[in-house]
Write a protein of this length. Structure first.
Length: 440
């Protein structure tokens, strides 16, 4: 079961990792308590209606420029970040038709406080996975405090569309984060004897504890896959593709959507700057990168090829995670370099239970590759197929702004994810790299 907070290994507490893993220790605030912030909150309470009635931009343009210095706690700062990210994406992508072009400029009433709070939290001023998922949910009172949160107990606080489909889309991710939480202390304990801080290795090492942990990890990853499979219970592919996904787009690689230079964050008095940022994407989940690190899966970034030694997507995307979680992954990579794969490779044939450990490791990487394979199949159903239908004129109604347009003439491999990557080649490569890591 989940580990009580005080028993969490020391590094986890210092990296803002709770018994709910990368979810916050306490459920996020549902509203900023200070009435000063009421102008933001009243727009948030009516967001889907303001978008469907095409009045959001008018209201946002009339907002006062509020100061973020009155945000008293971490929870309030996170809440402000969620609110401003939602307002920013609603403003940019809230047009109804292709002729109603996306504005290239965010008004100072959103830009100024969004840039300020993003700076405070050390996050980019765009709807990240943290804004859409980690800090945007409520739990029903029936949810026990010390167990993983079941999907039925989770509701998203905010959506762009007001649909159950959108709330469910975010909720599945939150349930996955919660279910994965106990795997974090489990794997840290199992890797500790092999870490860079461990005592000098005993030549006749014992691998039985690591084997047991890897078996638990494998079962855990299978459970995550089962949750992923529940997406279509309440989220329809056509609704996702035509109505929800357009709002999640960022401003990077968006020239085809009418944002050749990204978005201009207007700070008033002639000041401001162009930004090109990745949109919200589950590729920003720290849980998935944690699983890669503890298993020793390496991504070279073929689907996202960089010239001259630039960072790969998996590295760059860490900058879109909450600061402490980014630091945790950095620490983990240095504390247990190579993860379980490194341990098994270094062991050769020596050590108690090494054969079973090698088998357990293979099963765990297989489970993670299968998880990625299921995600790939889901992307095909939720994005590739609707994009193909839209390209053939089959449409799907709803918001038809430019972010939802398939890349004309490029076929499925030309589709771009909301995070700005070449979608299918990137995901296939990540799955294959995971499978290859099991060859030891």
């Amino acid at each position: 079961g989940p580990v009580p907070q005080m028993q969490m290994p020391h590094p986890l507490r210092s990296f803002e990792i709770s018994q709910h893993g990368f979810l916050p220790k306490d459920a996020p605030l549902v509203r900023l308590p200070d009435p000063y912030f009421a102008p933001w909150e009243s727009l948030m309470q009516n967001l889907p209606h303001l978008l469907s009635s095409q009045t959001l931009r008018k209201h946002a343009d009339q907002l006062p420029i509020l100061s973020t210095t009155l945000l008293a706690t971490d929870a309030e700062q996170r809440r402000a970040y969620v609110v401003l990210c939602f307002l920013a994406h609603a403003y940019i992508w809230g047009g109804d038709t292709a002729s109603d072009a996306s504005p290239l400029t965010l008004p100072p009433s959103i830009s100024i406080p969004l840039l300020a709070i993003s700076d405070t939290l050390d996050l980019p001023p765009v709807a990240t996975y943290a804004a859409l998922n980690l800090w945007n949910y409520t739990l029903s009172t029936t949810s026990p405090a010390d167990a993983p949160v079941s999907l039925e107990c989770i509701t998203s606080q905010h959506t762009f569309t007001g649909t159950l489909d959108e709330s469910w889309f975010y909720s599945v991710s939150i349930a996955i984060e919660s279910l994965a939480a106990p795997l974090i202390p489990l794997m840290l304990r199992a890797l500790a004897p092999f870490s860079t801080t461990a005592a000098a290795p005993n030549p006749n090492r014992n691998y039985t504890d690591l084997t047991a942990a890897l078996r638990t990890l494998t079962a855990g990853i299978h459970d995550l896959s089962a949750l992923l499979d529940r997406m279509d219970e309440h989220c329809a592919p056509s609704t996702f593709y035509h109505r929800i996904r357009p709002f999640l787009a960022g401003s990077k690689n968006m020239a085809a959507a009418g944002l050749p230079n990204g978005v201009f964050y207007d700070q008033g008095n002639g000041k401001g700057e162009w930004r090109q940022l990745r949109g919200g994407s589950n590729g920003q989940s720290s849980t998935v990168q944690f699983l890669d690190l503890v298993l020793g899966v390496e991504h070279r970034g073929v689907g996202d090829r960089k010239k001259g030694g630039e960072v790969t997507f998996h590295e760059e995307v860490r900058g879109y995670m909450p600061k402490e979680h980014r630091q945790f992954l950095q620490w983990l990579g240095e504390w247990a370099p190579g993860g379980a794969r490194g341990v098994v490779m270094a062991a050769g044939e020596k050590g108690v239970g090494i054969t079973e450990c090698r088998e357990a490791f293979g099963a765990a990487t297989e489970a993670l590759a299968e998880f990625r394979g299921r995600h790939l199949r889901m992307v095909t159903r939720y994005i590739v197929v609707p994009a193909r239908r839209a390209a053939m004129g089959g449409g799907g109604g709803g918001v038809r702004n430019l972010a939802s347009r398939p890349s004309e003439g490029k076929g499925a491999d030309g589709l771009t994810g909301t995070g700005g990557t070449a979608l299918l080649p990137f995901l296939k490569e990540a799955r294959d790299e995971t499978a290859r890591a099991g060859d030891v």
